[in-house]
Design a protein around this ligand. Structure first.
Ligand code: FAD
Length: 232
């Protein structure tokens, strides 16, 4: 089993289990035309060529029989973005109604500047001038929110209403099980430079620490252009 990956200041990705491999994809495809399937033998050149043809021609259904399941701890605002990936994903998340939330918030290493020309973008290397001032305000707001949360619970307010005062930097945990195709789709969109940096860090880890070693040949084919750039 592959090791856990630490992400951001307190988050992580843990591989729970996975099913299938590159060979399984071509075996599934061969069933459709009653071709010979070989489970035990390593991937050969014919397999690789079929795998490439399937992907490049959009015959993606054989890439949906393999599953990869993770336990992930992330801030709520990252979870919200990851959760928009719905097709081919099973999802279960810690309930803030069931149990009191723990005082555990994401604290960024740096505060980035807003881009002047792109309303969604930030500059990875351009930081706000007074980092300490931003950090103090940020942490104070988390402390205040959690204090109010605890006060409300103390007053007898139910957890499902009290949680509304907590910020989206709060960490939570979820289990997500992806079909191979849905994980490829997620990392394609979320490891891209247009995605939010914090979410990108989770996507990078999913892509390079899990997808690449578990499905190396598929990875090579899907991200071929990217490999060309790296090899230049
Ligand atoms: C950089 C970035 C910025 C974003 N900004 C915003 C934003 O500002 N606001 C916002 O609301 N969302 C935003 N999103 C989320 C985005 O719109 C998608 O919801 C998210 O990326 C999930 O992708 P998806 O819909 O392809 O995934 P899934 O829902 O998993 O769908 C996978 C694929 O299945 C197919 N599919 C799914 N549903 C249907 C359907 N009903 N009919 C036909 N085909 C379907 C599509 O081909 C789709 O690509 C952003 C995403 C990114 C990466």
């Amino acid at each position: 089993m592959l090791p856990d990956t630490r992400v951001l200041d307190k988050g992580y990705i843990q591989l729970r289990n996975f099913r299938g491999n590159d060979k399984d994809i071509v075996n599934v495809a061969r069933v459709t035309y009653r071709g010979k399937t070989t489970n035990q033998e390593p991937l050969n050149d014919k397999d690789k060529s079929l795998l490439k043809r399937l992907w490049n021609n959009g015959h993606t259904s054989p890439f949906r029989h393999q599953t990869i399941s993770f336990t992930i701890k992330a801030p709520l605002f990252v979870i919200e973005q990851l959760k928009t990936h719905k097709v081919g994903v099973a999802w279960n998340e810690a309930s803030q109604r069931y149990k009191r939330s723990i005082e555990e918030f994401y604290i960024p290493e740096h505060f980035r500047k807003q881009s002047d020309h792109d309303k969604q973008a930030t500059y990875d290397h351009e930081l706000v001038k007074d980092q300490n001032q931003a950090l103090d305000a940020y942490i104070q707001s988390q402390k205040d929110s959690y204090r109010v949360y605890k006060d409300l619970l103390y007053q007898g307010v139910c957890r499902e209403q009290a949680r509304a005062v907590l910020p989206t930097s709060l960490y939570s945990t979820f289990v997500a099980t992806f079909s191979l195709q849905s994980l490829i789709h997620l990392v394609t969109l979320r490891a891209d430079k247009h995605a939010q940096k914090e979410t990108r860090e989770y996507a990078y880890a999913l892509k390079y620490n899990y997808l690449a070693p578990l499905f190396p040949e598929t990875f090579k084919i899907v991200f071929e252009d990217e490999m060309d750039i790296k090899e230049q």
